[in-house]
Design a protein. Sequence first.
Length: 110
Amino acid sequence: MKVNVFKQERNAAVIVLEGEFDALSAPVTRAEFERLVNDEAGDVIVDLTGVTFMDSSGAGALVFLHKRLMGQKRALALVGVTGQPMDLLLLLRITSVIPVNQTPVARPQQ
């Protein structure tokens, strides 16, 4: 799992995930989420365009991030969600709690 964090307009952080978001990668990603919640201000957007597979551990990490942000009166949005990851989020009804958009965000050039 590759994790990149960018600053976006309106004081939002964008986390771009690439690869498989599963039981092996979720603990590392969750640690990055924890760091972001503690060290950055503003809302958070997670771009899942590059995620090819997600299991319940990945979904749980997103719920963890959502709850931590809500506790600080901050918001989480998921973008670029398609295919199997979207199917899982729909099955788990996470889309009824966390805003989801299939369109990815514009990323800065690296």
